[in-house]
Design a protein around this ligand. Structure first.
Ligand code: ZN
Ligand code: ZN
Length: 330
């Protein structure tokens, strides 16, 4: 029996009458998390974990019909029971568990297994069928802890206190993870681009601890950010926004920094490997821990991971093609 199928609109559960992270407008959309490749506007009804609500409303509009649920809370949708479980990816991120009769399917959404002080750790949810992401599904991807990488970021910042240190990273999730880890190393304020500033406010409202942050736009024109750490989204790199910072040192924090040449191609002086996705070993371990015998692999390295799970573990693993195969959240 197949509880979840792929339709032009996205992953669909016919028995429950809902889609998960649809890329087109539908009636009922369950949203794993608020990154833009998963949460799209135009659907009639949304259901997501309640701490996602602030960011979802900011991104999709204040007037959307959005129901917030707790982790583990059971909802009766059509002929199914549905619940959301922590994915450890970003604030409010969830896996979606769907149960009908003796069948349990879990859609992972984006997830990671490294600890992240800004979100609830990933929970292994036993199931018959598991739909996993594979953004970094190659053995070359191996992450150290976020704490270790943020220690490197702190040391890089301290290594040149005569210049502004501009760290580029994804505005939702990555920036707040860095700001939270930095509380272990410093109590100095960190300056942030406006796109990060508005999201930080939402994080603070739900109680996430981060270093003090100041929006760069609040500083007088004459201020030169000498010896300061400044966080900005990648879209600000080489934009006119950078004119405020004379002779900065620049760096990029992303899982893609593990790829040789990626830093230089993008024009950053330093690269820090920091990802909110599972690395290769975590993907494999997670699949095995769920106990699922049927695996569908979506996003990224779908062929490599599904072939490995089939050959090494005898699992029935197949790639699941999604419409969106871009870089997504980095
Ligand atoms: Zn994501
Ligand atoms: Zn994603």
């Amino acid at each position: 029996m197949t509880l979840i199928t792929v339709r032009p609109e996205g992953l669909y559960c016919e028995a429950g009458g809902f889609f998960v992270d649809p890329w087109r407008s539908v009636d009922t959309a369950l949203i794993t998390h608020a990154h833009s490749d998963h949460a799209r506007s135009g659907s009639s009804h949304y259901i997501a974990h309640h701490v996602s609500q602030g960011i979802l409303r900011k991104r999709l509009g204040d007037t959307i019909d959005l129901r917030g649920v707790e982790y583990g809370e059971k909802l009766k949708l059509g002929n199914t029971w549905v619940s959301f479980h922590p994915a450890g990816h970003v604030l409010g991120s969830a896996q979606v568990r769907v149960e009908q009769g003796d069948q349990v399917w879990v859609i992972s959404g984006d997830y990671k297994r490294c600890l992240d002080p800004t979100c609830t750790p990933f929970e292994v949810v036993p199931c018959n069928a598991f739909i996993t992401e594979a953004t970094f599904g190659l053995p070359i991807y191996r992450w150290q802890t976020g704490e270790a990488t943020c220690r490197e970021i702190y040391d890089w910042w301290q290594s040149d206190l005569d210049s502004p240190s501009l760290l580029f990273c994804y505005a939702f999730g990555k920036a707040q993870r860095v700001l939270s880890e930095l509380t272990q190393f410093t109590d100095k304020p960190v300056y942030v681009h406006g796109a990060i500033h508005v999201l930080n406010e939402i994080y603070r409202q739900v109680g996430v601890k981060m270093v003090e942050t100041i929006s760069t736009s609040e500083m007088p024109r004459s201020y030169k950010f000498k010896g300061d750490l400044v966080l900005a989204p990648p879209s600000a790199h080489r934009s006119s926004w950078m004119k405020r910072f004379p002779q900065p040192q620049t760096a990029f924090a992303s899982g893609w920094m593990a790829v040789r040449g990626a830093r230089r191609r993008r024009g950053y002086e330093r690269g820090f490997v920091l990802s909110d996705h599972a690395d290769w070993q975590s993907l494999v371990n997670t699949v095995l821990q769920t106990g699922a015998t049927q695996i569908y692999v979506t996003h990224g390295q779908t062929d490599v991971l599904s072939r490995y799970l089939t050959e090494a573990y005898g699992l029935n693993a197949l790639p699941l093609k999604t419409l969106f195969e871009g870089e997504g959240d980095i």
